[in-house]
Design a protein around this ligand. Structure first.
Ligand SMILES: C[S@@+](CC[C@H](N)C(=O)[O-])C[C@H]1O[C@@H](n2cnc3c(N)ncnc32)[C@H](O)[C@@H]1O
Length: 361
């Protein structure tokens, strides 16, 4: 696989005193179970594994978002949005006490309190100009999906920009020796640039060239190719935030839907979870925009820990799961359930063949 690295931020000067910025206050919510370890597989790339046996119900990881984009949800005539302050990220009803951007940059940017607004100013200032000028045009002229993708990329860059500010050096430090932290962790997420169809890359190149390369609106060190690679990372690693848990059917029951998604986010450590159609781990967002990963059954020492990337209740046959994974996530699912189900289907097809066709055997 040919890799294209996104530019690494310059090293911070030694001796900067780390302060508790709004970004690393959110990071203090991070939790990782001692038995959760990163590993690699020649076919699937990075993965997470159990270093010891784990009991069902154990919280394995509470990962903090590097960036979140809100999706407005209306219920009973009331609209709710996520607070833009990353260390708050609470779902808030939009009402007369909601704080909005003084520059009126985008209707989906809100803060739940004046304090959250103040705490978030440094980060928001990075995206504000882009939202007002490029973002509004993108919202108007492109599909909403494209706007949300680009806004998420801009918020990732805003996080990186925040790390480069004097005084937030703590963000560069790994929280423990197993996982990278800050922008470094985003850089480690896969983008599989070579596996995307040509027309998809051309589409993203056009979007990036049109909306993300004006350095007046969006000061960044990335060239067009690096920006497209960052979009690929965003597309490959982003989680949807849903009101109910996503996991194996035995845990989430036979419900048809996870509810309406109210946000999108990149969780850099959790991005190491591979997909399985029979996952061992369930995940659900908490009230502060973190994603919590819980053992859905007893797990043996050495097992790979997997989640599901989609609602398994909605796709029961191996063919429909494989098609969905291929179309939505662009890879061939090689989880144990798919391998077994496909083998069983092949056997059934062989059994159905007329015996006289096998006379040469
Ligand atoms: C979010 S990343 C997961 C971590 C990734 N393995 C890495 O190296 O960073 C998603 C990518 O992992 C690989 N992957 C995940 N689940 C898989 C599965 N069940 N079968 C094959 N590949 C899988 C695919 O290449 C997919 O695009």
């Amino acid at each position: 696989m040919k890799t294209q690295q996104v530019a690494v931020p310059p090293r911070l000067t030694k001796g900067l005193r780390p302060v508790l910025s709004s970004a690393n206050r959110q990071d203090s919510n991070f939790f990782v179970h001692p038995s959760l370890i990163p590993d690699n597989d020649p076919h699937k790339g990075r993965l997470l594994r159990a270093a010891a046996s784990i009991e069902a119900g154990t919280i394995l990881l509470r990962d903090t978002p590097y960036a979140i984009v809100p999706i407005p949800v209306s219920e009973n005539g009331r609209q709710s949005l996520l607070c833009s302050n990353l260390s708050c990220s609470q779902r808030s009803e939009v009402n007369s006490s909601t704080v909005k951007c003084a520059h009126n940059c985008d209707s989906d940017v809100i803060w739940c309190s004046p304090k959250c607004h103040t705490d978030d100013l440094k980060r928001h200032n990075y995206e504000c100009r882009w939202l007002k000028h490029q973002g509004q045009t993108c919202r108007r002229d492109e599909f909403n999906y494209n706007f949300i993708t680009l806004w998420h990329v801009v918020r990732l860059l805003a996080g990186w920009n925040l790390e480069l500010q004097p005084g937030v050096a703590a963000n560069h430090r790994p929280r423990n020796d197993r996982f990278a932290w800050g922008w470094e962790a985003v850089l480690q997420c896969c983008h599989y640039l070579d596996s995307w169809p040509e027309e998809q890359l051309i589409h993203w190149k056009r979007l990036a060239g049109t909306y993300l390369m004006d350095k007046e609106c969006l000061p960044s060190a990335l060239n067009l190719g690096e920006m497209v690679a960052l979009i690929c990372k965003e597309e490959t690693n982003t989680f949807g935030l849903y009101p109910t848990a996503t996991g194996p059917l035995s845990v989430v029951g036979q419900r048809v839907s996870r509810g309406e998604s109210y946000g999108l986010s990149l969780y850099p450590r959790a991005a190491m979870f591979n997909h399985s159609c029979e996952p061992s781990v369930a995940h659900a967002p908490d009230t502060r925009g973190c994603m919590v990963y819980t053992a859905a059954r007893d797990i043996d020492k050495g097992e790979e820990l997997t989640i599901t990337y989609f609602d398994l209740a909605a796709r029961k046959t191996v063919a429909s799961r494989q098609e969905h994974v291929r179309e939505q996530f662009r890879f061939k699912c090689t989880c144990d359930r798919c391998v077994e189900d496909e083998a069983a289907e092949n056997l059934a097809e062989l059994d159905a063949l007329p015996l006289d066709g096998m006379a040469w055997l």
